[in-house]
Design a protein around this ligand. Structure first.
Ligand SMILES: Nc1ncnc2c1ncn2[C@@H]1O[C@H](COP(=O)(O)OP(=O)(O)OP(=O)(O)O)[C@@H](O)[C@H]1O
Ligand SMILES: [Mg+2]
Length: 229
């Protein structure tokens, strides 16, 4: 489903002509429907790696294959389509639109899809997912009227609305307390199973690590396996 072959990333750096090498040589294979967690110290390149996997950034060397397709061979329009249809993102900050309701926020990613199902079907899917994450009574609320954990659950539903094959979450519980983090963690693991979506999550929460199939650590530009369930 997802494969990284000898991926390296060097960022240009003003005082250093060679640049800063963040990822040295990353090989990774994730099968369909599996879950993987990536841990590592701050600044080790976790977000960089996730952005490369999600086609938001390009590697300096190496290849990223999604469903057997090399992302380097695609133009910006094709990449945008893959990002929108095949990949769901949950960021540390939820990035919800403050002026839109919960339901409208969830439906935003469907707007760019010309082949989207009918409005009614989409509304039903959105409502159903929001009910499943305990937000049935908040459909018409605005993000400002929700708690941090509730907003993050809206962001998770928004990431899933287009039925992506791959769900990427970058520290989705970073700003939440323990209970709310557990809640989001449970939700991601449950959706990984029920929606058959491949899950890759970057997190500091070791509790979540116990629930996720495989844990890998990023350190000094290399990815190593910590455990396998
Ligand atoms: N656009 C960029 N240009 C230059 N350097 C960058 C850029 N983005 C990240 N870096 C550098 O790459 C390194 C890795 O950053 P990254 O955000 O991937 O780390 P991280 O593991 O996600 O850290 P954290 O746990 O704090 O979120 C850092 O040293 C950072 O300064
Ligand atoms: Mg990060």
């Amino acid at each position: 489903m997802l494969e990284l072959v000898h991926v390296a990333k060097t960022y240009p750096s003003p005082g250093n002509e060679a640049g800063v090498c963040v990822l040295k040589d990353i090989d990774l294979k994730v099968d369909k429907g599996k879950s993987l967690m990536i841990v590592g110290p701050s600044g080790s390149g976790k977000s960089t790696l996730l952005n490369i996997i999600g086609a938001l950034d390009c590697p300096t060397q190496g290849r990223v294959l999604l469903g057997g397709e090399d992302l380097a061979g695609l133009d910006e329009t094709e990449l945008a389509r893959i990002r929108n249809k095949q990949i769901g993102f949950v960021f540390q900050l939820h990035h919800l639109l403050p002026q839109c309701t919960v339901l409208e926020n969830v439906l935003v990613p469907t707007l760019a899809d010309n082949e989207r199902p009918g409005a009614r079907e989409l509304r039903e899917r959105a409502t159903n997912l929001l009910e499943r994450v305990g937000l049935k009574d908040f459909l018409l609320h605005r993000p400002g009227e929700l708690s941090g954990g509730q907003r993050q659950r809206v962001a998770v539903v928004r990431a899933l609305i287009n039925k992506p094959k791959l769900l990427l979450a970058d520290e989705p519980t970073g700003s939440l307390d323990e209970d709310a983090s557990q809640n989001i963690g449970d939700l991601l693991v449950e959706l990984n199973r029920s929606e058959q979506v491949t899950l890759i999550v970057v997190t500091h929460s070791l509790k979540l690590a116990e629930r996720v199939g495989q844990v890998m650590e990023l350190n000094n530009g290399l990815l190593t396996s910590r455990s396998e369930a």
